[in-house]
Design a protein around this ligand. Structure first.
Ligand code: SF4
Ligand code: FES
Length: 360
């Protein structure tokens, strides 16, 4: 491997697009891979071995719903044999106590459980699945009883924005050691529901303030990982730790992306782990080279003192909002497109809450 190349430390393995839920903020693409297009067990195992050889330390087993893969326990065992830390990102729907035990025995290290709302009825409506909320409570109990660390992940949008703090309380009740509060991002299917999901500026501001005040109160109880929405930031997030610097994302068919939403950028050439090694893809795939480092930057990023800190922010957001993946992320106050963020920040909802376009 080229000595100048950074080494990846994380791999997001989207094992399948199959999922029992229908969350309107799903950021998976509009066109989902079918079951017969998914990589088989030996190919995933080879990918995990190649990832470990490349320097990857953590594998996030995701989807869709990774529990839909019958070989999940086998895949976890393979990762454990390669000394990879495994994080199961799940809705919990479809998990049994026996399967959780088998996963733990195979070497699973961590469970990240999604929660749609602190109110059961609303949570089930958002998930498009009756009874999902109660199942999640049950799964959380099993995870905690098994001794595995539990993180609760909650996505904030108009229907639950006033219960952001209640979701932190719920995570505490569930026995989680960490809760991630993230505001919905509008890629893939979520873009179809943007008008239904976008909270009012007032509600979003109140939720941000409320969560921040909970941090000291819960300091010894739970870690609150609050991703403040871009439209309140002065500078953008270091998306993905920088393009092609820290992580790889393998989709169910084997295509390898520098980030989850990279396919929204037109003209990028992605290579597949089905027919190339991960090391070759990391070093040479055109999509990984497109925005690696700082040579691709335009002004104001090109001459900015922060360019090696945030790498110009998010390429997918620059594409979505400024129409140019090489532009400065509009979340940056130095971007000529920064006014677009204020439009989102002060948005007034136009659609009735809770009326969603579900996938099915
Ligand atoms: Fe980051 Fe570019 Fe903004 Fe500078 S101008 S802070 S490099 S996004
Ligand atoms: Fe693709 Fe940020 S989501 S670079």
């Amino acid at each position: 491997m080229n000595a100048a190349l950074p080494y990846p430390t994380g791999l997001l393995a989207e094992l399948t697009h199959r999922c029992p839920l229908g969350c309107p903020y799903c950021s998976n693409p509009l066109e989902l891979a079918s079951r017969d297009q998914e990589l088989d067990t030996p190919t995933w195992q080879r990918i995990f071995s190649e990832a470990a050889a490349l320097g990857v330390l953590q594998v996030h087993l995701s989807g869709g719903e990774p529990l839909a893969r019958r070989d999940l326990t086998e895949l976890v065992a393979h990762c454990a044999a390669e000394r990879l830390y495994t994080n199961l990102i799940t809705s919990g729907v479809g998990l049994t106590e026996a399967r959780l035990e088998a996963l733990k025995k195979a070497g699973l290290d961590h469970v990240q459980l999604s929660v749609q709302d602190a109110n059961a009825e609303s949570a089930d409506h958002i998930a498009g699945y009756r009874g999902a909320f109660e199942r999640k409570r049950q799964v959380a109990q099993w995870v905690v009883a098994s001794g595995l660390p539990l993180t609760i992940n909650a996505v904030i949008h108009r229907a639950n924005v006033t219960r952001a703090a209640a979701m932190v309380d719920l995570a505490v009740q569930m026995g989680a050691g960490r809760v991630e509060i993230a505001h919905a991002q509008y890629y893939g299917w979520a873009l179809r529901n943007r008008d239904m999901l976008l909270p009012s500026g007032e509600d979003a501001r109140a939720a941000v303030a409320e969560i921040e005040t909970l941090k000291p109160r819960y300091a010894d109880v739970i870690t609150i990982d609050h991703v403040i929405p871009d439209y309140y930031a002065r500078f953008p997030k270091v998306c993905m730790g920088g393009w092609g610097r820290r992580t790889l994302n393998v989709v169910p068919t084997g295509k390898v992306l520098p980030c989850h939403a990279a396919e929204t950028i037109p003209g990028l050439e992605f290579w597949s782990a089905a027919d190339r090694s991960l090391a070759d893809i990391w070093a040479n795939a055109p999509a990984f080279q497109a925005f690696r480092g700082t040579d691709w930057m335009q002004e104001p990023c090109r001459s900015c003192d922060r360019r090696d800190k945030d790498f110009g922010g998010c390429r997918c957001q620059a594409m979505a909002l400024a129409g140019d993946a090489r532009a400065t992320d509009p979340a940056c106050s130095r971007s000529p497109h920064h006014a677009l963020m204020a439009e989102i920040r002060f948005a007034t909802p136009t659609e009735a809450p809770g009326v969603y376009r579900y996938r099915r």
